[in-house]
Design a protein around this ligand. Structure first.
Ligand code: PLP
Length: 390
C-alpha cells in the first residue's frame, strides 16, 4: 500500500521528524571504500576480554530468560556500589535504579515519565541529535538552549531563561561531557545550574554517557551528587562508551524513587527487560579490572591531542575539548554552510565529517569530527583535509 494510499499507515509523528543529512552522508561513505570516516559515535575498540568471557560463560549456563522489569538485583547492587564510590550518588538499588537498553532507553523512559504530550523540555543545542527526535516522538516540544563557542559551549543561565520564554517547562536535559562539543561542565557551573533548577522546580535529566572520557586533568562531576539535588535529577549512564559495549545495549538510570518507579512501569510497554546476558556482563564490567578502560581513554587522549593541533593548524578553529571523543571545529571563513562544507569535504578529500546542524540549528557553522577511529586514519584524514583547505 502506498504511504498516502486509501488508509494512512504511517503516523504523523514519524513523518514530521526532520530528515537526517548524516544518514545521506553515511550512505555515500558506505558505497565508497576509500573514504575515511570521522563520523563514528561509538568506540573503535572491541569489548574487553574479561567481559566477553563472562557473557559466553553465562550463555552456556542458560541465562537466556527475562529478568524483572527494573533489572536483576545483583546488577542493580553492583551499579549502586559504583554510583556511591565514583559518582558520590547514594541510592537504594531496590527502587532508585533501573537497568535499561542503553542510555537511550533511559532517556526515553525518563522523558515519558516526566512529561505529558504538549509539554516542553529544554535540550542543549548543539546537542546529541536524538534528544530532539525523542521529545518529538512523544509529542513534547524541544526548546533549544543555545550553547556558544565563546562561552566554551557551556550552559549560560540567561540562555536557559531565553529558551523557556515560549513555554513553561519542568524538564531539562544536561549532557556533560558533551556530544558533540566535548565540553566538560565544571563543578561551579553545575552548582549554578543546580540552583536554577531548584528555584524553578526543574528536573534535570543528566546524560553522563561519557563520564569516563575526560582529559587534561578535567574531572567529571555528577550533578545528582550536589547538595539539594536528590529530588531534582535523573542521572543516566551507559556501558557503551566506557566498556566499548554498544552492541550489548545496556545502560542505567538512578534518581528519585517515584520517577524511577514510573520509568520501570513504562518499561512494561517498551522492552520489558534489558538483555539478561548484558546485565551479567555489566557486573563483570563494573567489578572486574579497569585496566582496559584506562588504556582506551589514554589512546583517545593521544588522538585528541594530535587532531586538535592539526585542525587549528589548517584553519579549522577548534576549542580543545576536555571530554568525550569529538572535536567541534568552526568551518573555515568563506564556506557557505556546514552541510555544503561536509559534502564538499566528502567529495574532494574523501573524509566524512558530520554537519553541525545535525545537532541543532545552533550547530550551523561547525562540523563534528570523531576520534573514535585509529590514530593512523586520523593522521591520513588530516593530511587530506590540509590539501583541500589549502
Ligand atoms: N547519550 C549520548 C550523549 C550519546 O552520545 C550516546 C551515543 O552516542 C548515547 C547517549 C546512547 O548511549 P547508549 O548506547 O547507552 O544508548
Amino acid at each position: 500500500m502506498s504511504r498516502h494510499g486509501i488508509r494512512r499507515i504511517i503516523a504523523e509523528r514519524e513523518e514530521e521528524l526532520p530528515s537526517s543529512e548524516f544518514v545521506k552522508i553515511l550512505k555515500i561513505a558506505e558505497e565508497n571504500r576509500d573514504i575515511i570516516s570521522l563520523g563514528p559515535g561509538e568506540p573503535d575498540f572491541t569489548t574487553p576480554k574479561n567481559i566477553i568471557a563472562v557473557a559466553k560463560k553465562k550463555l552456556d549456563q542458560g541465562f537466556t530468560h527475562y529478568t524483572p522489569l527494573g533489572g536483576r538485583s545483583d546488577t542493580k547492587e553492583a551499579i549502586a556500589k559504583k554510583l556511591k564510590k565514583e559518582n558520590k550518588i547514594d541510592v537504594n538499588p531496590e527502587n532508585q535504579i533501573i537497568v535499561t537498553v542503553g542510555a537511550k532507553e533511559a532517556l526515553h523512559l525518563s522523558l515519558m515519565s516526566l512529561l505529558d504530550p504538549g509539554e516542553a523540555a529544554l535540550i542543549p543545542d548543539p546537542g546529541y541529535m536524538p534528544y530532539r527526535a525523542m521529545a518529538e516522538t512523544i509529542t513534547v516540544e524541544p526548546l533549544s538552549v543555545q550553547l556558544k563557542m565563546e562561552d566554551g559551549f557551556e550552559y549560560d543561565i540567561d540562555e536557559i531563561k531565553r529558551a523557556m520564554e515560549p513555554k513553561e517547562t519542568k524538564v531539562m536535559i544536561l549532557n556533560s561531557p558533551s556530544n558533540p562539543t566535548g565540553t566538560v561542565l565544571s563543578k561551579k557551573k553545575l552548582e549554578e545550574i543546580a540552583d536554577f533548577a531548584i528555584d524553578n522546580s526543574i528536573v534535570i535529566i543528566s546524560d553522563e554517557a561519557y563520564e569516563k572520557f575526560v582529559y587534561d586533568g578535567a574531572k567529571h562531576v555528577s550533578i545528582g551528587s550536589l547538595n539539594g539535588m536528590k529530588d531534582h535529577v535523573v542521572s543516566i549512564f551507559s556501558f557503551s562508551k566506557t566498556y566499548a559495549m554498544p552492541g550489548f545495549r545496556i545502560g542505567y538510570a538512578c534518581g528519585p524513587a517515584d520517577i524511577i518507579q514510573a520509568m520501570t512501569r513504562l518499561k512494561m510497554g517498551t522492552t520489558l527487560s534489558t538483555p539478561t546476558i548484558s546485565q551479567l556482563a555489566a557486573i563483570e564490567a563494573l567489578g572486574g579490572s579497569q585496566a582496559s578502560v584506562k588504556k582506551m581513554v589514554a589512546e583517545y587522549g593521544r588522538r585528541r591531542k594530535f587532531m586538535w593541533k592539526r585542525l587549528n593548524g589548517i584553519g579549522m578553529e577548534c576549542l580543545k575539548p576536555k571530554g568525550a571523543f569529538y572535536m567541534f571545529p568552526r568551518i573555515p571563513k568563506g564556506k557557505h554552510n556546514s552541510s555544503m562544507f561536509s559534502h564538499s569535504l566528502l567529495h574532494k578529500s574523501k573524509v566524512l565529517v558530520v554537519p553541525g546542524t545535525e545537532f541543532g540549528k545552533y550547530g550551523e557553522g561547525f562540523v563534528r569530527m570523531s576520534y573514535a577511529t585509529s590514530y593512523e586514519k586520523i593522521v591520513m584524514a588530516m593530511e587530506r583535509l590540509e590539501k583541500v583547505l589549502k
